[in-house]
Design a protein around this ligand. Structure first.
Ligand code: ADP
Ligand code: MG
Length: 698
């Protein structure tokens, strides 16, 4: 248990409720969940936007300028009822304008000549500028003479409160920065060369130089990453201190027989070493939490089945959970096939299992009569009770929520099962650390021998399109099968008219390039039954071509399929295309992946990477690099993968540093009881709530 830390009284200035100038702005603050001065100071500018140069203002246009006041005066109001005005000559290096402020006569005192301002408003005729919002600008380069425009902090804002208004409030709260606490121990900060927290916040809000803002951001990002790693490593330490898991250390019987004679092939090096590692995990009383990464076709199922057989031969139970019914059914079929003549009582449990059958299965899981079960989310329904679950496998783990993953195997905290998480998405180290920092990781890097490499071609001209279909027909004539994947199900009403839809494409091909061949449709809007039928019929060779959406992405295994043709390939991500490509090349025949795109597709670099590389790990790294140029990682995943300030993979260096520091801290002071860690413990509590308090058993 974390001892109640000695708490300094929380400084009052940060807790002061925020006041906005208008009712509308007050609502705006509420919408942004900014309630106190402290909240406001943590509301960071997302970016710095170029301010418009005064000379470039166009009449009637809304714009933000960064300027210096040259002269300012109240204008006498002649007519009654007319609003008092303040006029100021303001300018930057490119020119000057007459800024007009309404209703705020006090600004004459507040903004004497020389004051730097950020003004947001509308340029009018005759060089005037009607100011809607204004703030004092400590702004970088603003009005300095040599540099026109400069940049302006841009805050996440809303319809009711603008970025400029927020900046004004932040300026008003500047003094409260002094009350911001520093959670990082001084030694750590010195070691990593990081500014203290108040300076970092100040630099982000009011940078004097652009580098300052970046240094401040890095400081906050480091803290964020450190807290995440502390949670991961404490979680891992807590798990490793647990002892309730079944110790599977009897000499192998069934599992060895199966490896020896049951398999129609020899294991790859990677499979062998994964099996050895997992075998060692299973002998420990501390529950395994291992992530097995391996591309589609790398043979994860064999490894998983081996681990499950270890449970079975100890007289215990094993379960495998897959994200879709199709996948669960395939796993079930594969497992039955792989098990051959071995007598293992298995069952399938999904959402469409009939009630009577389900009741029977639940009964047998409860009594222990069933040794192995394969299923979907149906396995984690509250009424599913295992008698003695020892090994739980979660396939395509990223398709489950954190809770769902934990529900299988950790259901009974006094008797946790060993859990093997599997993913076909190769995760580069940076992401593995930031998203799965609490798991142990094993990778299957090679594909089984005898796999023919898949040739990948970009098809971007009409002529190469014609050749692509020629190649496809050749394969069909040779008795092979093919996939054609489209981004849409139905043709879009408008806007996306350039994208191909599976339904229309199927009709087009049936009349055109693939006339005379048997085509079959598969998409996500079909009923589960229909989808299964389509898949089964394609797998049985009753159709030559499966025209589909990306529903075929996971878990389809038809060794006779040798062509994967993807329409509008530019619309898919690297990993998705790589997964799709993995649907072919599963048999003895050479396979081809045809990526169809417009002549100069926007995602050319992505597509080229696919044509050049077949190693999924390398592609994942490239993917990360390309994505980091545009979008932030972390938004697609919830929970710990999501960062407020940190930005991966650019901050990979910070992440490594944070991991190192967190390891040191957890090794020396796991409960964060030392005086220098007290505030860090508070910050952890604030960021992650209750979990941060759970004790690590000695
Ligand atoms: P994954 O789940 O990683 O996509 P699977 O375990 O489904 O891969 O294996 C893909 C295919 O390769 C299956 O048909 C499987 O039987 C076969 N396979 C697995 N391991 C080997 C191996 N070592 N040698 C040859 N074939 C293998
Ligand atoms: Mg698989």
């Amino acid at each position: 248990m974390l001892l109640a830390p000695v708490r300094w009284p929380r400084p009052s200035r940060l807790r002061t409720p925020l006041k906005a100038p208008t009712k509308k702005a007050t609502e705006g603050l509420k919408a942004l969940e900014l309630h106190t001065v402290g909240d406001l100071l943590e509301h960071l500018p997302r970016e710095r936007r170029e301010a418009r140069a005064v000379a470039e203002l166009r009449v009637g246009e809304q714009a933000t300028v960064a300027v210096e006041v040259r002269s300012i005066a109240a204008r006498p109001v002649r007519r009654r009822g007319m609003r008092p005005l303040v006029e100021a000559w303001v300018g930057d290096a490119t020119g000057a304008i007459r800024a007009v402020f309404f209703n705020q006569p006090w600004l004459v005192e507040k903004y004497p000549p020389g004051t730097r301002l950020v003004l947001h408003g509308k340029a009018g005729q005759r060089g005037d500028f009607g100011v809607a919002h204004h703030a004092v600008g400590s702004e970088v380069g603003a009005g300095e003479g040599e540099q026109a425009g400069g940049t302006v902090a841009h805050y996440p804002a809303s319809e009711k409160i603008s970025s400029t208004q927020i900046l004004t409030l932040v300026q008003g709260a500047k003094d409260a920065l002094a009350d911001v606490l520093e959670p990082l121990p001084a030694v750590l900060r010195a070691g990593e060369g990081l500014p203290d927290r108040p300076s970092a916040l100040s630099a982000l809000h009011f940078p004097e130089r652009p580098e300052d803002a970046e240094a401040g951001r890095e400081r906050l990002a480091f803290e964020e990453l450190l807290l995440t790693q502390l949670v991961f490593l404490r979680r891992r330490a807590r798990r490793r201190a647990l002892t309730g898991a079944p110790v599977l250390d009897e000499p192998p019987s069934l599992s060895e027989r199966w490896l020896g004679h049951g398999l129609p092939f020899a294991l790859t090096q990677g499979q062998q070493s994964a099996i050895a590692t997992i075998g060692a995990d299973l002998e420990q009383p501390c529950p395994m939490q291992r992530l097995l990464m391996g591309e589609v076709g790398s043979g994860k199922t064999v490894v998983a089945l081996w681990a499950m057989l270890r449970a079975v031969e100890h007289g215990r139970q094993a379960a495998l959970m897959a994200p879709t019914e199709t996948l669960a059914e395939q796993h079930f079929a594969t497992i039955q096939r792989l098990l051959g003549s071995e007598q293992v009582a298995c069952a399938l449990l999904t959402g469409s299992t009939r009630a009577s059958r389900r009741a029977d299965t639940l009964g047998k899981l409860n009594s222990g009569e069933l040794q192995l079960v394969v299923g979907t989310h149906a396995l984690i329904e509250p009424d599913v009770r295992f008698r003695d679950l020892a090994v739980a496998v979660v396939d395509e783990q990223h398709r489950f929520g954190v809770r769902q993953r934990a529900a299988l195997g950790e259901g009974d905290p006094t008797r946790p099962a060993h859990v093997l998480h599997m993913t076909a998405t190769p995760i580069p180290r940076t992401l593995a650390l930031s998203e799965h920092g609490d798991l142990d990781v094993t990778a299957l890097r090679e594909l089984p021998h005898g796999r023919r490499p898949i040739r990948t071609r970009l098809v971007t001209s009409e002529r190469s399109r014609a050749r692509a279909y020629e190649l496809l027909r050749e394969q069909l004539r040779a008795g092979r099968q093919a996939y054609v994947v489209c981004p849409l199900v139905e043709e879009a009403e408008g806007g996306e008219g350039d994208l191909r839809a599976a339904t229309a494409e199927m009709q087009r091909l049936a009349r055109g390039e693939l006339k005379g061949h048997r085509l079959l449709l598969l998409h996500g809007q079909m009923r589960a039954k229909e989808k299964q039928q389509a898949m089964a019929s394609f797998a049985a060779g009753e159709a030559d071509v499966l025209v589909a959406t990306t529903v075929i992405e996971v878990g389809v295994d038809v060794p006779n399929a040798t062509v994967m043709l993807v329409e509008n390939a530019e619309r898919f991500g690297i990993s998705q295309l790589h997964q799709l490509r993995g649907r072919v090349g599963r048999g003895e025949h050479a396979s081809t992946c045809l990526l169809m795109g417009p002549p100069t597709p926007p995602g050319t670099r992505r597509l080229r990477a696919l044509a050049e590389h077949t190693d999924g790990f390398r592609l994942a790294e490239i993917d990360l690099e390309l994505r980091s140029e545009g979008e932030l990682i972390g938004t697609r995943q919830s929970g710990l993968g999501q960062f407020r300030v940190a930005c991966l993979p650019q901050d990979a260096g910070l992440l490594e540093g944070a991991r190192r520091q967190a390891q040191r801290i957890v090794a020396q002071d796991p409960e964060l009881q030392a005086p220098e860690h007290t505030l860090l413990g508070d910050a952890l509590q604030e960021a992650f709530g209750a979990e941060s308090h759970e004790p690590i058993p000695a």
